[in-house]
Design a protein. Structure first.
Lengths: 287, 303, 427
């Protein structure tokens, strides 16, 4: 009996060690490309593709960051472009949360004719490859006079099928009793939504906000079509433009990569507490 | 009891349902429904994007052409290889990582953050990093040489068919592993502790606990993850686009979306391109519908 | 009295109205590819032009060269294209064939007719942009590529750059092999490498040297002379990782790193304009004179002496712009292009204008004679309505042979099939 217990205890301990080992190795593998980005950004280009890769930069080669900021024309347009990215991603993110939670709430908590159809239609848009509708979408946008404007960059992405799906899934488990109690108290539907439903969807909202922000921060194809002037460009356009310039210096590219990632990292660190939790209990995506 | 009043309240509620859904519906109509209907319409015509000549109605010709085109079937094959090669390992490994994370007591948050961190980078930045890593002089060759105990072997990450496909899968896998791990962790977290405790009292070990308690209860989460992962994989574009722009051969990674883009924008054949996208759309829709249907029955069986 | 004053008032108001209409601003958009040196001077031309004609405003939009074709097509397909643009002639050709661009307004820029305009340029300049006797574009540049050499690296490998430079493609492999440094199989210094996406410009002439053609004379059959194609395919296999391992498209573009003089690359294929870029990127290297330019090689068994094809960028005007806009667009284009010498000096791009070519300073420019001699034995890049598409097919074929080690005849069969399909299917 006792011997059996020690054996299982030993097994248990070995399993725990293996699990830790696995997690640590996996973690290192996943993080290596990020470490590469940060270290390469601090090196002169000639060191980056040296074999073997010198992991520790000899001092901080700040010229990469300075040249990346200055830009090929020396106009510091990067700052303006970063600001554009922030404006576009921020606006899309805020409105996506609003529209998605409205629709998600409507679909989760109200019985109406055609509800399933509406839901299926919205879900179907998730499956449309962007490349397929790029040209008709572009024509719509041009007809509306949206070329080279913030509206043109923002408007087509305010409705987000995944967002509606996520909010619906989250709100479907929201207790009906609370809603009915509020109704009996005479609260209007918009008030119930803004005072009860929205405030208690923190984790879903945070997840959605960060996803919407990220996808706009990421977006390359659409801005490429809609934007014309340098002043309206976003960061991905700045990067591809820089890549194509005569002097595509790996060090500068990595420095730009770091600068382009900073807002996302900050946002991630601030919002992560809502959707990454040690017990995983407060997460939005409950299936 | 208050049948009449209840009925009118239902009606009122239904009205509010529409009110909440309408803003999104209008946006979807303009920027999703209209373009896809337009695309469907275009797929029955031959139109050269550059030409001012009116489009010519060709019926199902674009579709029959595609079914007989080797190039299209190669794209289908590439997309399937990519989807299966990414989707299955992604599903299994993110589940394993989530279970492992939940089985340790400390650093849970740390590990989740670490695995999630690549998802924070934008695709353009990710492609920049990986193109340098896959450069013949880059970390990928250095790492694999060290691992295999070879010296100076060029594993041709961006050139030979198999390696190139593997490279696109690696990039995708790297970007999404943390994302799905976090979803699984939250799924495990929402399993009531009482169930696990009961199982442990019954003498279950880690393995039986996972196999008979955790896994069955995770089915809804698994469904969500598989739908999302599959749609993402079928829609993959940016990695392949960036890699081919950087000199990698097109044929091995010419996935359907890349083919659509090139057929429309480089070959000017909008009809053929839209026919291809409609086919892709139908396949994705079928997959999702199937999975949703399966997952719905599962949900019911739990309750 | 009252009547006359009333009439006067009407006349006056009419005049006022007319002048208001006349002063209505013309807004022209001009899309072009990135080139820092050119941006500086063209922005100045725009300011000068706007100062001369206050009723005209010009919006110059810059995008990187590799995305330009895609963007232009999308804009044209949505009838939202710029008034003025330039693209490589291989791409512009289709725009002309589909009547999307307008013929030159000769009167507006001070010429009697097409002939009068053509007489001011090098003979043959307008051959590719002439349709039904009308000229559809004014050349911004005419460029051909020759081989740039880093003399230091040649000497480092024990070679004399002046005599040992490769004259044939067979020699190219041997010379490059001597220049290449490797760590195992991994190349750390290349002898030479191509500009991979531009197969019509640089690779098709190699086929032509051996007597091959992309299309038959009548333009109805794809691929002439299989042996020539297969020899070139095999040459590329030898060049790539499955052969002598001398270079491949997955390494950094040779032309970009040449300027750095970092002991990465000994030779690259590029145009006269590279000199302007070396001067900006690395003035020390430029002034050191440690670089030189040699002609485009030929095969030992070549039947035709063909150099790298030359290509052009032509300024074109959108046919859907109003007649008035078109007129102003041509005026503006002519104003810019009148600064031929400044384009040559600061951007190093060559406009084939007679006055420029006759200038005694012209041939004295560094290595201009090499470029001119190469151009004399070459021809304009292959042009076809679907040329751009063919280039993509050729790219896929070479990549399959070079990187995926596909047998040459199989790659050629796929290439033939795909081009033939496009030729047979005309809509």
């Amino acid at each position: 009996m006792n011997a059996h217990k020690t054996r299982s205890w030993r097994l248990e301990k070995m399993a725990t060690t293996l699990i830790w080992l696995f997690l640590i190795v996996a973690c290192i593998l996943v993080v290596i490309p990020l470490v590469f980005m940060f270290t390469a950004a601090a090196m002169p280009a000639r060191d980056i593709l040296r074999m073997p890769y010198p992991w520790i930069p000899e001092g901080f080669y700040w010229q990469n960051f300075w040249n990346g900021l200055r830009g090929p024309e020396g106009t510091f347009i990067f700052i303006r472009n970063a600001l554009n990215s922030l404006i576009v991603a921020g606006t899309v993110s805020a409105f996506t949360v609003l529209f998605s939670s409205l629709a998600g709430y409507g679909l989760a908590k109200f019985e109406f004719k055609g509800r399933t159809l509406v839901f299926m239609l919205i879900m179907a848009t998730m499956m449309i490859p962007f490349e397929a509708i790029m040209i008709p979408l572009y024509m719509v946008a041009m007809r509306m006079g949206l070329q080279d404007t913030y509206t043109g960059l923002i408007l087509p992405f305010l409705a987000n099928a995944f967002g509606v799906f996520l909010m619906r899934q989250y709100l479907i488990t929201f207790p009906d009793e609370i809603l009915d109690a509020a109704r009996i108290d005479g609260a209007s539907e918009p008030r119930i939504f803004s005072r009860i439903v929205l405030p208690s969807s923190g984790s879903a909202v945070a997840t959605l906000a960060i996803l919407a922000f990220r996808s706009q921060w990421d977006s390359l194809l659409w801005p490429l079509l809609v934007v014309q002037s340098d002043e309206m460009k976003t960061i991905p356009l700045y990067i591809t433009k820089f890549m194509a310039e005569t002097h595509s210096d790996e060090g500068i590219m990595m420095a730009i990569a770091v600068m382009a990632s900073i807002p996302m990292i900050v946002l991630f660190l601030t919002l992560s507490k809502y959707f990454i939790n040690k017990d995983g209990l407060t997460s939005a995506t409950k299936g | 009891m208050h049948r009449k009043r209840g009925f009118s309240m239902e009606k009122k509620k239904a009205r509010w349902g529409w009110v909440f859904v309408t803003p999104s519906l209008i946006l979807f109509a303009a920027f999703s429904f209209y373009p896809i209907i337009n695309a469907f319409y275009e797929s029955f015509f031959n139109r050269n994007l550059l030409s001012l000549r009116p489009p010519r109605f060709v019926g199902w010709d674009n579709y029959t052409y595609l079914f007989g085109s080797k190039d299209f079937w190669l794209s289908v094959q590439n997309t399937l290889i990519f989807t299966l090669g990414t989707f299955l390992p992604l599903l299994v490994l993110s589940l394993v990582l989530a279970v492992f994370i939940m089985s340790i007591k400390r650093f849970r948050r740390f590990f989740q953050m670490a695995f999630y961190s690549p998802a924070v980078l934008s695709s353009v930045v990710a492609a920049l990093i990986w193109l340098l890593i896959f450069d013949p002089r880059g970390l990928a060759n250095q790492g694999l040489n060290a691992l295999m105990g070879t010296a100076g072997v060029n594993y041709n990450w961006l050139s030979t068919t198999g390696m190139l496909r593997l490279s696109t899968i690696v990039v995708y896998f790297w970007k999404y592993i943390g994302y799905f791990t976090v979803i699984f962790v939250s799924g495990i977290g929402s399993i009531p502790d009482t169930l696990r405790e009961a199982a442990l009292i019954d003498g279950a070990n880690r393995w039986t606990l996972f196999w008979y308690v955790t896994l069955p209860l995770l089915k809804p989460t698994t469904m969500l993850v598989s739908i999302m992962a599959m749609i993402q994989c079928l829609k993959t574009f940016s990695t392949q686009y960036m890699f081919t722009n950087a000199g990698a051969p097109t044929r091995p990674i010419n996935v359907i979306t890349l083919n659509i883009y090139n057929t429309a924008i480089k070959d000017y054949r909008i009809g053929r391109a839209t026919a291809m996208s409609i086919l892709l759309f139908i396949v994705m829709f079928a997959f999702t519908w199937l999975q949703l249907k399966v997952s719905r029955t599962e949900e019911v069986s739990h309750m | 009295m009252k009547k006359t004053s009333a009439l006067l008032l009407i006349a006056l108001s009419l005049l006022l109205a007319a002048s208001v209409v006349g002063a209505q601003t013309i807004e022209l958009t001009y899309w072009t590819h990135t080139d820092d040196n050119r941006t500086v001077i063209e922005n100045r031309y725009i300011e000068e032009f706007q100062a001369m004609y206050p009723n005209v405003t010009i919006k110059r939009v810059v995008n990187e060269a590799s995305k330009m074709g895609d963007l232009m097509l999308t804009a044209f397909s949505a009838n939202n294209a710029p008034d003025i643009f330039n693209l490589p002639i291989e791409q512009e050709y289709g725009y002309m064939m589909h009547h999307r661009v307008a013929p030159v307004n000769y009167k507006a820029i001070g010429y009697k007719d097409a002939q009068d305009l053509a007489s001011q340029y090098m003979p043959g300049t307008f051959d590719t942009v002439t349709m039904d006797g009308q000229i559809y574009g004014l050349p911004l540049e005419l460029t051909n590529w020759s081989i740039y050499i880093n003399k230091n690296i040649f000497r480092d490998a024990g070679l004399d750059p002046e005599t040992d430079y490769p004259k044939t493609w067979e020699e190219m492999i041997e010379v490059a092999d001597k220049l290449t440094l490797r760590n195992g199989e991994i190349i750390t210094r290349r002898g030479f490498d191509f500009r991979y996406p531009y197969y019509l410009v640089a690779m098709l002439p190699m086929v032509e040297q051996l007597g091959g053609q992309l299309l038959s004379e009548d333009g109805k059959t794809a691929i002439v002379n299989d042996e020539a194609w297969i020899q070139v395919f095999e040459w590329f296999r030898t060049w790539g990782p499955h052969g002598r391992n001398l270079g491949s498209p997955t390494y950094t573009a040779a032309r970009k790193i040449f300027n750095m003089d970092n002991n990465d690359i000994a030779m690259c294929l590029t145009g006269f304009y590279q000199q302007g870029r070396i001067r900006v990127d690395n003035p020390e290297f430029y002034d050191s004179g440690e670089w030189m330019v040699v002609p485009f090689p030929v095969f030992e068994n070549a039947v035709n002496d063909v150099g790298c094809s030359y290509y052009g960028h032509f300024m074109m005007v959108n046919a859907q712009a109003s007649a008035e806009k078109q007129e102003w667009a041509w005026k503006f284009i002519a104003y810019m292009l009148d600064h031929g010498w400044e384009y040559l000096e600061t951007v190093n791009i060559i406009q084939p204008r007679q006055d420029l070519l006759d200038d005694p300073r012209y041939m004295e420019l560094p290595y201009m004679n090499v470029f001119m001699d190469d151009m004399a034995r070459s021809h304009m890049v292959f042009l076809h309505e679907n040329g751009f598409q063919f280039e993509r097919f050729i790219k896929e074929a070479i990549e399959s042979v070079m990187l995926s080690n596909m047998p040459s005849d199989e790659a050629l069969d796929i290439l033939r099939e795909r081009i033939q399909e496009v030729l047979d299917d005309s809509y």
